[in-house]
Design a protein around this ligand. Sequence first.
Ligand code: 3NM
Length: 221
Amino acid sequence: MGIRQRLNLSRLYLCTDLRTEKGDFFDFVRAVFAGGVDLLQVRDKKAAPEAVAEAISEVRRMAPMRSLVVVNDSPQIAGGCQADVLHIGQDDMPPGEARGYLHDHALIGRSTHSVEQADAANADGDVDYFCVGPVHATPTKPTYVPVGLDLVRHAARIAPPFARDAKPWFAIGGINAGTLEPILDAGARRIVVVRALTQASDPETAARELRTRLDEAWAEG
Ligand code: 3NM
């Protein structure tokens, strides 16, 4: 399956650190892939870049065919390891410039935190997907101002998930099984989570629960 097709079919995106305090990272990765995660980003600002790069290589070897492994922030690292997806924030290198480091079919995702940024990402031919958030305040990004459901509704208007050529986008920030429903009602059909899986006592079951609800929401339309 091609990279873009995998993005189009994706629903559950996990960002995780290397979980050095919580036991075996690769057991965790195996569990969340089994539970239905289809994009996985490894970000760990506390770890050495070489440790992150090594972990990403191993995760790519473990990843199911339908999934995509995402490199965060650094076009140089993404290019160096022939990554299929690079995720960049508003303060990182602009997407058009970042593309120069990547292989021809690689995808670029961008974080957005306002209507203006979401509109710009949606219109930018170098951005293949975007994220809107944080929907709710989150200790994972304590300095970020929550954007609430309004930005989710806006994204659903400019890029309706069921429209044939609409750009994929993900809601992010404070999402778990308990907060998911209003986010689906606001029009999201793809989500990014951190704590909902990294802090779950049974990550596979937690992933499966989110994945099942997302699959149902796609089927419901
Ligand atoms: N990016 P949790 S919010 C990594 O708004 C990240 O771009 C955000 O963590 C953004 O699922 C966020 O634990 C943290 O709330 C999401």
